[in-house]
Design a protein around this ligand. Structure first.
Ligand code: NAD
Length: 328
């Protein structure tokens, strides 16, 4: 019998083709013609418990799910942030978790730059005004230039470093960063590393977040850290919603502590229709699309499918969160 691979959310054809050669893929979205499935729905989730492999995007796998799986041999994350998978429970159960860390870094970095430019030039509100027939409100949308300003990068991993390179070399921003896990104080003359988050926040005209969501980073941006920002600072988040306390952020926008926020990720997704941030001024919001480029979607599909096949074939996958689960 062929291994069963449950793929609850759409992935690009290239990965499916690779899997279809030797697996039975369960792809409920291929038949769904209307709205996207409710990922929490019990009957929608049921195939997880009888599959040999699963490929997830936002679909959550918690500790309770891990206790119920009958034959799951590998969990693949189509993406890099594995906070929707209880990978510690998977590790304890001996289930490898593979992911695709190199597939979307460029796409996310480019989206971050789009948000940075959009914030600086009020693209969101100006576009809304024009579409509402208010061309003459153009005087309200005076922007700021980026050249010579200071960009503060929080988290200098794959994505943060790419953003730093693009911003410094392409847009002539001065780039400073805070990442306690990166050694040294400068990176090839490109980025100046600060010792503390406070030092970075006090000197940045723009801040951008590129950190994983962990117990240590949850609400890193909160009432206290927002009190450190320079007047006029604008903030961008394409990492995970919960690294920011959204109530404190909405307050900082409303009282003018921050001059703008561009967000691709939210504490609760989809963002509820009555959310505070929808009423806060000077926002530019996108629905978790930083990695949604044709190129990145194909790479994530292919790398996650390859990771599944590697584990099923008893081979060491290129990108694995918990290599200790493999008995090679
Ligand atoms: P990465 O692991 O290469 O880099 C993360 C960096 O954050 C590391 O250098 C780490 O040292 C640093 N870090 C950890 N804790 C920190 C802290 N408290 N303060 C400062 N720095 C800290 O990861 P990456 O590939 O650059 O991705 C970053 C995050 O972006 C992912 O974890 C994921 O959640 C998110 N992401 C979002 C999307 C999207 O579609 N919006 C797509 C891809 C990734």
């Amino acid at each position: 019998m062929k291994p069963i691979v449950f793929i609850p959310e759409p992935i690009a054809a290239v990965g499916l083709e690779l899997l279809n050669a030797e697996c039975d893929c369960l792809t409920p979205w291929a038949e769904a013609v209307n709205s996207p499935a409710d990922l929490q729905n019990e009957s929608f989730r049921a195939p997880l418990f009888e599959s040999d492999a699963v490929i997830v995007r936002l679909f959550k796998i918690n500790e309770g799910d891990i206790t119920k799986v009958q034959q799951l041999k590998v969990i693949a994350k189509h993406g890099v942030g594995v906070d929707n998978i209880d990978w510690e429970a998977a590790t304890a159960a001996g289930i490898p978790v593979v992911y695709t860390p190199t597939a979307n870094a460029n796409a996310v970095a480019e989206h971050t730059l789009a948000l940075l430019l959009g914030l600086a030039r009020n693209i969101g509100p100006a576009s809304h005004a024009l579409m509402d027939g208010d061309f003459n409100r153009r005087g309200e949308f005076k922007g700021v230039e980026l050249a010579g300003k200071t960009l503060g990068v929080i988290g200098l991993g794959r994505i943060g470093l790419k953003v730093a390179q693009m911003a410094s070399q392409g847009l002539q921003l001065r780039v400073h960063a805070y990442d306690p896990f990166v050694p040294g104080d400068t990176l090839s003359g490109l980025v100046i590393l600060e010792d503390t988050l406070e030092a970075l926040m006090r000197k940045s005209d723009f801040l951008t977040l590129h950190i994983p969501l962990t117990p240590g980073t949850r609400h890193l941006i909160n009432e206290q850290s927002l009190s450190w920002v320079k007047p006029g600072c604008r903030i961008i988040n394409t990492s995970r919603g919960s690294v920011i306390d959204e109530t404190a952020l909405a307050r900082a926008l409303t009282n003018g502590t921050l001059s703008g926020a561009a967000l691709d990720v939210f504490e609760v997704e989809p963002l509820p229709g009555d959310h505070l941030l929808l009423k806060a001024p000077n926002t530019l919001l996108t629905p978790h699309i930083s990695s949604s480029t044709q190129e990145a979607l194909e790479k994530m599909s292919l790398q996650s499918a390859q990771g599944v096949l590697d584990v099923l074939h008893g081979k060491l996958p290129k990108y694995i969160v918990n290599p200790e689960t493999l008995k090679l």
